[in-house]
Design a protein around this ligand. Structure first.
Ligand SMILES: Nc1ncnc2c1ncn2[C@@H]1O[C@H](COP(=O)(O)OP(=O)(O)OP(=O)(O)O)[C@@H](O)[C@H]1O
Length: 239
């Protein structure tokens, strides 16, 4: 799935949130949108997902314009957004249209993939934050999306759970090679996961610079190479 974002501008009641953003992702790439709070990262992701149609410019997937909810894409948000009255298994299978038995089998497979085998019949309130976010990941993957959109997916989690789920995401990526767009304000996270990092700055958010991270994955957290990229990115963000 290749994604093209061309000259995207989004205004809300006359205020510009993002201005003239263009970038492209290639199949199987993890692209990070990194920037300080309020520079329009989530706004841009919503335009890409088709959830928000009020933008100017173009968004296309494999050459087709996105103008309504994009069924080839799945979203993972900062909070799991599970339905509390449904079990883990029913939350994961909710969006599937197959027959009940087939849906159940598929859900079980993805629940196992995210390390929650045995928790199929638990309810969201019985899970820790990290477990609930694993369910959200399983739910996003169960439809085999070609594009995964992640909006600060791990920022509400403690440091250890965050690292575990980043590793889980990489494991999934190495198996399925889904194209991913990851919104984050965590430079270390972007450097651990992304092939390319696009820096947005300001209000309205504008494109500042793109970094191609040439280190092969999995990367060693805090390695010299990663630290060198971090320094350049911090400089670019003027932090
Ligand atoms: N639905 C909306 N109505 C009005 N203004 C909005 C709306 N959505 C976003 N904005 C504005 O657009 C700007 C960018 O917001 P956005 O949430 O996209 O930034 P962000 O970079 O994702 O921030 P953060 O990292 O803090 O989540 C902000 O000034 C915000 O107030």
């Amino acid at each position: 799935m290749s994604l093209m974002v061309k000259n995207v501008t989004r205004r809300f009641n006359g205020n510009t949130a993002v201005k003239n953003i263009s970038f492209q992702t290639y199949k199987g790439e993890i692209v990070g949108l990194l920037g300080t709070s309020g520079c329009g990262k989530s706004t841009l992701l919503r335009a890409i997902s088709g959830l928000d149609e009020g933008y100017e410019g173009e968004v296309s997937l494999n050459g087709n314009a996105v103008r309504n909810v994009n069924t080839n894409a799945s979203f993972i948000f900062q909070e799991p957004r599970l339905m509390p009255w449904l079990t883990v298994k029913d939350n994961v299978s909710f969006g599937l249209s197959e027959k009940k038995q087939e849906k159940g089998l598929k859900a079980e497979r993805y629940i196992e993939l995210v390390g929650l085998k045995g928790y199929e019949n638990y309810y969201p309130l019985e899970l820790s934050g990290g477990m609930a976010q694993r369910v959200a990941i399983a739910r996003a993957l169960v439809t085999s999306p070609e594009l995964l959109l992640l909006d600060e997916p791990f920022s509400a989690l403690d440091a250890f759970t965050k690292m575990q789920l980043q590793d889980l995401l990489l494991k999934i990526w190495s198996e399925y090679r889904s194209t991913m767009v990851l919104v984050t304000h965590d430079i270390d996270e972007a450097l651990y996961l992304c092939d390319r990092i696009i820096i947005l700055t300001g209000q309205p958010g504008v494109f500042k610079q793109e970094f191609v991270i040439e280190e092969p994955k999995p990367r060693r957290r805090g390695s010299q190479q990663v630290a060198a990229y971090k320094e350049r990115i911090l400089k670019c963000l003027e932090l």
